[in-house]
Design a protein. Structure first.
Length: 161
């Protein structure tokens, strides 16, 4: 599926950027396994700590304080923030850049009221910003891999690939 994403994004003349918390870079790594990914991937940021989400991606620190980092609005702000950050850094028009963000609880323990497996995936593009709530079962590794797979599906759907 990563190859379909890379080929489809390339055909549309778009670029991908990633802001990953829950997946810790696994989503970007999966995409860059594909030959030709260097044509579409501008970069990614592992924003595991809340302070990084705020300082580098522009996520509201009060939102994180009030809702935790496992929140749909946090995911949306991460996706729009990474899109803007890499668009500026590369001098690429923002309408050509797609930002993808992951946040959630990989487990085994819950975080505040959020259970293990509760995940938010956000995609920000010229089509708008969409957040998808997911609930995965399994080990920590299985939840991370399920998030990577679902993110690739959602990128395809969001961009009509």
């Amino acid at each position: 599926m990563a190859k379909q994403v890379v080929d489809g994004v390339l055909a549309k003349g778009l670029y991908l950027t990633f802001a990953e918390s829950l997946t810790g870079g696994a989503l970007c790594a999966k995409v860059v396994e594909v030959a030709g990914a260097s044509e579409v991937v501008l970069g990614g940021l592992v924003a595991y700590q809340d302070s990084v989400k705020s300082s580098l991606l522009g996520v509201s620190s009060s939102l994180i304080s009030n809702q935790s980092a496992v929140d749909p609005e946090v995911a949306a702000q991460m996706a729009t923030g990474v899109r803007a950050k890499f668009s500026d850094a590369h001098g690429v028009a923002e309408e050509l850049v797609v930002g993808i963000a992951t946040t959630g609880v990989a487990g085994p323990d819950q975080v505040l009221e959020r259970a293990a497996g509760e995940v938010f995936i956000a995609i920000s593009s010229s089509f708008g910003t969409a957040v998808y709530a997911e609930k995965f079962q399994g080990t920590r590794s299985e939840i991370i891999q399920a998030t990577v797979g679902r993110s690739l599906e959602l990128i395809r759907e969001h961009l009509g690939l």
